[in-house]
Design a protein around this ligand. Structure first.
Ligand SMILES: C[S@@+](CC[C@H](N)C(=O)[O-])C[C@H]1O[C@@H](n2cnc3c(N)ncnc32)[C@H](O)[C@@H]1O
Length: 362
């Protein structure tokens, strides 16, 4: 028989919380409170089944989403909030949660979720089909949403931190435009580096849009709720930072041929030769715009670039904005890309298409 969610003891209404504790929003911390409990409940419901779950909430603020999470009978809730003005209000919720909720007055960009769950004895699951009963949820501050999702995607790709516990889903908010970028398919006007970085590691879904005027104070933009389910196997089996570097360069010029952008991956004297090698061996037309590059094409470019980086020590560290000689870079730490950990991958000989090769390898 399903357990009924424990009712929270009577609490002051969210609006009263804000008045009692004088929680005037701070612009520099991107504080926009979601005041409509129905929307907070909808967001939390869209994260999935929370009964008995272990949940981490990012940026609880006055605690609207926090209440909605507690109502769903989770087993454990940790909230990470940087602004200590919210602590008394959050401690009141923690008390009402009867030992289920803990408050961490920290910067989520530095917060080690893996260590927290490790110390709490949270059980780990194999990296298998179904998701474990662990969730990360948050109405993110706009100013950190992109760096935070990149940090989380990197950990997801490496199966470290929270993702050493299994395929933990993320349900987070973004400015609508950023949310659209995350899920943009090939040829979509919003297709960007973030689309590839998100989609190669996870299956992101834009679940719904919350109009800006539902927040207090209302931001100038609408807000997208995006759920990321980690993929069973990433679509590009290469180190995250290598994929990130290739994407950063490819999406450098949105309106010019991607070939021109790819040239910036290499020192001037090698650029033409190595970029031609990339486009020839990956069978991509040099006239392709970056927004028209599909996941398989970007994957092949990453594999080819990885091969070039192993062949030409120092290339991986090359940065056209502060060029140093390859000899100098080859002697530095991290001169070669890390090896991808989760599957065996060999490189095809020249002449064999990377696409064919990868299909066979899978
Ligand atoms: C958009 S508000 C959302 C507040 C609340 N969750 C809601 O939906 O009403 C973002 C919250 O994140 C907090 N925050 C901002 N930067 C943070 C950081 N680096 N680490 C942890 N919390 C942060 C803000 O103080 C604020 O409470």
């Amino acid at each position: 028989m399903a357990l009924r969610p424990p009712r929270l003891p009577p609490l002051p209404a969210l609006r009263d919380f804000i008045n009692i504790y004088q929680l005037k929003a701070k612009k520099q911390l991107s504080q926009n409170y979601l005041m409509d409990m129905n929307l907070s409940r909808k967001l939390v419901k869209s994260a999935g089944h929370l009964e008995g779950a272990t949940v981490l909430e990012v940026g609880p603020g006055p605690g609207g989403i926090t209440r909605a999470i507690l109502e769903r009978n989770c087993r454990r809730l940790d909230v990470v909030e940087i602004d200590d003005r919210f602590l008394p209000a959050l401690e009141l919720l923690a008390e009402a949660s009867v030992g289920r909720m803990s408050v961490h007055n920290e910067d989520v960009m530095k917060f080690d979720v893996g260590k927290l769950w490790e110390e709490a004895g949270v059980p780990k699951s194999e990296w298998i089909e179904s998701a474990p009963n662990l969730h990360i949820i948050g109405n993110l501050p706009f100013n950190i949403s992109t760096p935070l999702i990149i940090r989380y995607l990197r950990a997801m790709a490496d199966r470290t931190g929270p993702w050493s516990f299994g395929r933990v889903p993320l349900t987070l908010t973004f400015q609508k435009e950023v949310g659209e970028r995350i899920v943009a398919p090939i040829a979509h006007p919003q297709r960007s580096r973030l689309s590839i970085m998100s989609q190669f590691v996870a299956e992101p879904k834009l679940l719904f849009i919350i109009p800006g005027n539902c927040f207090v104070p209302a931001p100038e933009v609408d807000v997208a709720v995006v759920k990321f389910l980690p993929r069973d196997e990433p679509l590009i089996r290469a180190p995250f930072e290598l994929v990130e570097k290739v994407c950063r360069h490819l999406f450098h010029y949105r309106r010019k041929f991607s070939f021109k952008a790819a040239l910036t991956l290499y020192p001037t004297d090698l650029a033409e030769e190595l970029t031609h090698e990339m486009y020839r061996r990956c069978r991509i037309s040099p006239q392709t715009l970056c927004t028209r590059l599909g996941m398989e094409e970007v994957r092949d470019m990453c594999y080819l670039y990885e091969e070039q980086c192993r062949r030409i020590p120092g290339l991986f560290l090359f940065d056209y904005r502060k060029p140093k000689s390859l000899d100098e870079l080859a002697a530095a730490t991290g001169a070669l890309p890390r090896h991808y950990r989760f599957s065996m991958k060999q490189l095809p000989p020249d002449g064999v298409t990377l696409k064919q090769f990868d299909k066979e390898a899978i």
